[in-house]
Design a protein around this ligand. Structure first.
Ligand code: AR6
Length: 207
C-alpha cells in the first residue's frame, strides 16, 4: 500500500489583503522564477501563451487533488481531449516522468501540460522521475511556444514526496531548463509548501 499524506488544510490561496506572497527570482536576464501561494486553476498571464501543469496519473483521465480541480475548472472538453491522447500501453497515456499537452478549454490559461510525478515510496529513483516530469513539461510547453508556465508541487500530495526534497529537485530543474520561458511560476496551495519553496529558492537561486 502507498503511504498517504492528507492534503494540507491551510490552503491559503490569497490572503485577505489580496497578497499571494509572490517572490521573484531571476533565472537569466530574460527569465524569472515566481513563487506564490494560490489556486493553480485560476492562474493565467495572457490566456494565449500560458500553460498550467496538471499533476496527473498515468491513465490521464482525471483524479483527485489538483488534477480533479483542473478538470472541473476546464470542463468536460478536457476529459475528451485526454481520451484522444494515444495510449502507449493499455490504459497508459502518460508514463511517469513524461508529459502531454492539451488546450485549456474553460480555464483562463490557454493550455494544460499533463505530467506524472513519481509515487515517492514505490519509485526506485523518485528524484530522477520528478526531474524528468519537470523537464518534459517544459519541453512540451516549448513546442507550443508557451512563454509563461505555472507548476503546482508535483507529487507533494497523494504521491507523498517530502516537501524539502521535492523543492530541491523542482527548483534545480527549473534553473537548468526553464530559462527559455519569460516566467516560470510555482502556484502553491499550502503555506508550508510555499515556505519550503521560498527557503530553498533563496539557497539555490543566487543572482
Ligand atoms: N492549486 C494548486 N495546488 C493544488 C491545488 C490547486 N487547486 N489542489 C491541490 N494542490 P496532488 P500528486 C496541491 O495530490 O501528489 C491525483 O489524484 C496539493 O496540495 O494533486 O502529484 C492525480 O490524478 C499538493 O501540494 O498530486 C494522481 O492520481 C500538490 O498540489 C495523483 O493525485 C500536488 O498534490 C497525483 O498526486
Amino acid at each position: 500500500t502507498i503511504p498517504f499524506r492528507m492534503a494540507a488544510t491551510n490552503n491559503a490561496s490569497t490572503l485577505s489583503n489580496g497578497n499571494n506572497g509572490a517572490v521573484r527570482f531571476p533565472l537569466s536576464p530574460s527569465s524569472t522564477l515566481v513563487i506564490q501561494k494560490g489556486d493553480i486553476t485560476k492562474w493565467f498571464i495572457n490566456g494565449s501563451s500560458d500553460a498550467i501543469v496538471n499533476p496527473a496519473n498515468e491513465r490521464m483521465l482525471g483524479g483527485g487533488g489538483a488534477d480533479g480541480a483542473i478538470h472541473r475548472a476546464a470542463g468536460p472538453e478536457l476529459l475528451q481531449a485526454c481520451y484522444s491522447v494515444p495510449e502507449v500501453r493499455p490504459g497508459i497515456r502518460c508514463p511517469t516522468g513524461e508529459a502531454r499537452i492539451t488546450p485549456g478549454f474553460r480555464l483562463a490559461a490557454s493550455h494544460v501540460v499533463h505530467t506524472v510525478g513519481p509515487i515517492y515510496y514505490s519509485n526506485s529513483n523518485p528524484a530522477a522521475s520528478l526531474a524528468s516530469a519537470y523537464r518534459n513539461s517544459l519541453r512540451a510547453a516549448k513546442e507550443k511556444n508557451i512563454q509563461y508556465i505555472a507548476f503546482p508541487a508535483i507529487s507533494c500530495g497523494v504521491y507523498g514526496y517530502p516537501y524539502d526534497e521535492a523543492a530541491t529537485v523542482s527548483i534545480s530543474t527549473i534553473r537548468e531548463f526553464g530559462i527559455d520561458f519569460k516566467e516560470v511560476h510555482f502556484v502553491l496551495f499550502s503555506g508550508d509548501i510555499y515556505d519550503t519553496w521560498v527557503n530553498i529558492a533563496n539557497d539555490l537561486v543566487k543572482d
